[in-house]
Write a protein that binds this ligand. Structure first.
Ligand SMILES: Nc1ncnc2c1ncn2[C@@H]1O[C@H](COP(=O)(O)OP(=O)(O)O)[C@@H](O)[C@H]1O
Ligand SMILES: [Mg+2]
Length: 336
């Protein structure tokens, strides 16, 4: 494999709470791009024009400079992006995955990997995503959202009338299971709501779906094999997501053929319904009757070599480098 003369900048780090996760994705992506033979530089948009000099400084968990959202604008405006043909977004979370950096890059006229502005924004908003899923016959757990002026009695009343306990309480626009709780009865609910509000102005209260955890990657509009995640402590949280050995992954998932196909179909529908492009990952719960419930679409899913999307690609014979190469090629050729 040899890369063309494309100049690629990997955006890594960023300003969201998922900054550290982004560094892991960025490191793997940067290595792959180099081994593919493309010209490649690292840029941490959180730092503005004052960028680290060494790769180690980019990936270090110690901050190198001041981290501000204003630096995102400074970075994109600056000459750092002169002569760059494509930005590979290794960012996750707010101001990385949610359309904000995408819109700055659109204004600058620089191509970037993954979905466009609108899809990125909607996919980051779980409430809006679910409204669109329902409209497009993608099954999703029942839910409602509250803002900070919520009425306590009203919340308890809606839970009891809509779905009962347990419930999932999560920030409407956060990732990596940050700020998410499972609540088994009335007490504890307001503490969990408070936690969720630390990360978002809107909190989602969602019906708990007992069962299994499934995810499906989409590459250029086509589904990869379904992957099942089995968290060792029974709950797929931040720790079990990012600690080696805390989860078991089975790909292709050992489920009946029709259930497998249905999950893939639902994933493609969910992805298309938000008009996502290039690649992404759709998260599901699969209940005891094998009915899939779509939770969300991740437009910039984790991309370390052991992340879920690369695992699914590997099963169909696509190496990590080939996957990165495909994302690069589709993003350079494709229209948002
Ligand atoms: N309604 C639900 N029922 C059961 N488990 C859930 C539900 N919502 C979330 N979870 C659990 O929390 C994890 C993270 O939720 P998700 O909605 O995908 O948000 P994010 O990954 O953006 O933090 C899921 O992978 C699942 O394990
Ligand atoms: Mg998820």
């Amino acid at each position: 494999m040899s890369g063309s003369k494309l100049n690629i900048a990997v955006f890594v780090g960023g300003t969201s709470p998922e900054r550290e996760v982004s560094k892991s994705s960025g490191k793997a992506i940067y290595r792959a791009i180099n081994s593919l033979g493309y010209k490649c530089v690292l840029i941490d948009p959180a730092y503005g024009t004052f960028q680290p000099e060494t790769d180690e400084e980019f990936f270090s968990s110690k901050d190198f400079g001041e981290i501000t959202n204003e630096n995102l604008i400074k970075t994109v405006k600056s000459e750092l992006l002169d002569n760059i043909d494509l930005v590979f977004l290794a960012l996750h979370g707010k101001c990385g995955e949610d359309g904000i950096i995408q819109s700055l890059l659109e204004l600058k006229g620089v191509k970037y990997t993954g979905s466009g502005v609108l899809s990125s924004t909607i996919a980051m908003d779980k409430d809006f995503s679910k409204i669109i899923f329902q409209k497009n016959n993608v099954n999703t757990p029942s839910w409602f959202t509250i803002d900070k002026k919520f009425n306590r009695d009203e919340v308890v009343r809606i839970i009891n009338s809509k779905f009962g306990y347990p419930v999932i309480i999560k920030p409407n626009d956060q990732g990596s299971t940050i700020g998410l709780s499972i609540v088994k009865k009335d007490e504890g609910i307001f503490k969990s709501i408070e936690t969720a509000f630390q990360y978002s102005d809107l909190t989602m209260i969602e019906e708990y779906i007992p069962g299994r955890e499934m995810t499906v990657a989409i590459l250029e509009d086509k589904p990869l094999p379904v992957l099942e995640i089995i968290p060792k402590d029974g709950f797929y949280n931040y720790e079990s997501k990012y600690t080696e050995g805390m989860s078991e992954y089975i790909v292709p998932a050992e489920i009946p053929n029709d259930v497998f196909k249905n999950l893939q179909e639902q994933a493609v529908k969910a992805f298309r319904s938000l008009r996502c492009k290039i690649y992404g990952r759709v998260d599901f719960r699969l209940n005891e009757d094998n009915i899939p419930y779509c939770l969300e679409v991740n437009t910039l899913p984790g991309m370390t070599s052991t992340s879920l999307v690369p695992k699914m690609a590997k099963i169909i014979g696509t190496s990590f480098e080939e996957l990165i190469d495909k994302i690069i090629r589709y993003s350079v050729d494709g229209k948002k």
